[in-house]
Design a protein around this ligand. Structure first.
Ligand SMILES: Cc1ncc(C[n+]2csc(CCOP(=O)(O)OP(=O)(O)O)c2C)c(N)n1
Ligand SMILES: CC(=O)[C@@H](O)[C@H](O)COP(=O)(O)O
Ligand SMILES: [Mg+2]
Length: 639
């Protein structure tokens, strides 16, 4: 039996010798490489926290002490040590274990939200509750140097520092990288602290020397205090955390068990807010992840563990089309600048940054700042393009509403990973943007259906100079271009039905699905006109006239139904006194578990077959043109 097989719960770790701990680390790293190169996942981050996570579980008493991982993408080792080793064959797969902490999986898991920079706030709340209830428990957080660039961390630190008797242990997992090297003053300060590692050792050495002298009692303590002061001033740059009133321990070698455990025990015994600054190496022990110049191993697709080559090709993804067109626009318009929130490559800004380095800004994991900083740039005559994932825009809603739209500033926000994303689960699906952005006065939102319309609508967006414009597209391979048979205003007619039974309005990449459904319905004699609005906000008024010429309107969108495009079009028809029944298909407003994008869409009934079946039913019920027998025929006719 391997050591890894002998560890079923954290308590099993406490009996291991130093040699066994080192062996266990080797086994865990081999396990991570073996499993994650098969399933895909956050290989780099987790290889960097093997010793740290083992040490945390040896020093603290989870779940009595609450262990929280910021983002949570680096919790695989935690899952292995808390009895879920066997689940890694199905990591991030439908029905398998989540790639993030999951409360249903274990009492040791607490925070499922993978949005960065929130963990310290949880810890502050937990610690306040423990104090009120007289419970001697520690709230322990692992927060990365990247997550520490997020604003919520500093809101939390401001509060945590005030809780002098509350045990909040903040382990800064400092590997110097987010996706790519972490930027900004916080990162520079951590680097300064990292580069002066002698402080702790010198302090220990000073204590040892003094305790070996005949000096005792008060003179000894005075001498110790003087030594500490002198060493601290000489070796340790003024740690901003101490300025905040927090004890700072570090920098600590995050791969050395002895240093880690002694620091964590000191932190646990301190009984107040304390920072343990652990210096780790992302991807430690696996050269392909250690030397991750192209940010491929922060979150990897399934790859060959030796060569690092993807196990299957993804084809052309939406992001690469955006990347190419923005770089072209950048060459034509020097007022266009780009902003990323620590995700330059994964949001497609790398080609722009390579061509125009002075016009591309990485603000760290700080989407709120990104949006308002963009408003500032726009006020000064630039046209910023902020590229972020749809789900992360949630936290910057007020900035888009009040800092951009209120001032009618020309800022373009490009939302990648819009709609169902898949393996990253509920907090990553980009299903909220149409619902929350639709309320913003003067906003323009485009949902391209293919590469051609993405290029076209991106150009239209950066030409809008009287307010915010938004473009959204999914985490997927982009399909073939779908040519329109006619354009009515901004609306593309993709297919005219033999009869005007149904107007099927498809949003974005769902055009392909809508056309496939229309083909099936035509076989049943149901005439379907398929249109792509291209710009979904404001809802094109041309849809009112088109709806008035049909007997049923159906919308289908890769977005939450509540407040989505379907609801907005229904409101417009009502306001226009067009009394045509409308049915909307979209993502139910629930939290949807991980799986592949296609698997989740099947779960949600968002496939051509499902759409055809639903339309047949509605056509039969609402316009009486087809009986139930047709509905069954549609079923039989479909693969
Ligand atoms: C609000 C938000 N923006 C962006 C992301 C995407 N993201 C996930 S992990 C990560 C980098 C985290 O860096 P760090 O905190 O240093 O952790 P490490 O991966 O280095 O362990 C980013 C940007 C996110 N999860 N949340
Ligand atoms: C944890 C996080 O927010 C990302 O790393 C997430 O895994 C998205 O990955 P993709 O960039 O592959 O969509
Ligand atoms: Mg990091």
């Amino acid at each position: 039996m391997t050591l890894l097989e002998s560890v079923h719960e954290p308590a099993d770790l406490t009996r291991l010798t130093p040699e066994e701990l080192d062996r266990l680390s080797i086994e865990i790293r081999a396990f991570l490489v073996d499993k994650v190169t098969k399933t895909g996942g956050h290989l780099g981050p987790n290889l960097g926290v093997v010793e740290l996570t083992i040490a945390l579980h040896r020093v603290f008493d989870s779940p009595r002490d609450t262990l929280i991982f910021d983002v949570g993408h680096q919790a695989y080792v935690h899952k292995i040590l808390t009895g879920r080793r066997d689940g890694f064959d199905d990591l991030r797969q439908q029905g398998g274990i989540s790639g993030y902490p999951c409360r249903d999986e274990s009492e040791h898991d607490h925070v499922e939200n993978s949005h960065a920079s929130a963990a310290l706030s949880y810890a502050d709340g937990l610690a306040k509750a423990y104090e009120l209830r007289g419970e001697r428990r520690s709230a322990v957080v692992v927060v990365g140097d990247g997550a520490l660039t997020g604003g919520m961390c500093w809101e939390a630190l401001n509060n945590i520092a005030a809780g002098t008797d509350r045990s909040v242990v903040i382990v800064v997992n400092d590997n110097g990288r987010s996706y790519s090297p972490t930027i900004g003053g916080v990162a520079d300060h951590l680097a300064a602290l990292r580069l002066r590692p002698g402080y702790e050792r010198a302090l220990e050495e000073g204590k040892r020397v003094l305790q070996g002298t005949p000096v005792v009692g008060k003179p000894l303590y005075a001498a110790l205090h003087a030594a500490k002061r002198g060493i601290k001033d000489a070796l340790s740059p003024q740690a901003m955390f101490e300025d905040l009133g927090m004890k700072y321990i570090g920098p600590v070698d995050g791969h050395d068990f002895e240093s880690l455990e002694s620091s964590l025990r000191r932190a646990k015994d301190f009984g107040g807010p304390v920072i343990v600054h652990a210096v780790t190496r992302k991807g430690n022990g696996y050269p392909l992840a250690e030397n991750d110049e192209l940010d491929q191993m922060h979150q990897t697709d399934p790859i060959d563990p030796v060569t690092g080559k993807p196990r299957k090709s993804k084809g052309t993804v939406w992001t690469s089309v955006f990347a190419d067109e923005l770089a072209k626009i950048g060459a034509e318009r020097e007022d266009v600048v780009a902003i990323t929130a620590a995700m330059l490559r994964s949001t497609g800004l790398a080609p722009f940054a390579e061509k125009f380095p002075e016009r591309c800004f990485d603000v760290g994991i700080a989407e709120q700042h990104a949006i308002t900083s963009a408003a500032g740039m726009a006020m000064a005559g630039l046209h910023p393009v902020v590229a972020i994932y749809s789900t992360f825009l949630n936290r910057a809603f007020d900035q888009l509403l009040m800092d951009v739209a209120l001032h009618k500033q020309p800022v373009t926000v490009v939302l990648d990973r819009a709609g169902i994303t898949g393996p990253d689960g509920a907090s990553h699906h980009g299903m909220w943007d149409l619902s929350i952005l639709g309320v913003i006065p003067g906003i323009h939102i485009a949902a391209p259906r293919d590469a051609l319309t993405l290029r076209e609508e991106l150009r239209e967006a950066v030409a809008i100079d009287d307010g915010p414009s938004v473009l959204r597209f999914p985490k997927a391979t982009v399909g073939d271009d779908i040519l329109a048979v006619e354009r009515v205003g901004p609306v593309d007619i993709l297919r005219r039905g033999e009869t005007s039974d149904v107007l099927l309005v498809t949003v974005g990449s769902f055009a392909e699905l809508g056309l496939a459904a229309a083909d099936r319905l035509a076989d049943q004699g149901i005439g379907v006109t398929v249109v792509d609005p291209r710009w979904v906000a404001p809802v094109p008024r041309e849809l009112v006239d088109l709806a008035a010429k049909h007997r049923l309107v159906v919308t289908v969108e890769d977005s939450g139904r509540h407040g989505g495009f379907g609801w907005s079009l229904a409101a417009l028809l009502r306001d226009s006194d067009v009394d045509v029944p409308l049915r909307d298909l979209g993502i139910p407003n629930e939290f949807h578990a991980h799986g592949s994008r296609d698997e989740v869409l099947v779960r949600l009934g968002l496939t051509a077959q499902d759409v055809a079946r639903r339309v047949t039913g509605w056509a039969s019920d609402l316009i009486g043109s087809h009986d139930q027998e047709n509905a069954e025929q549609v079923d039989r006719a479909l693969p």
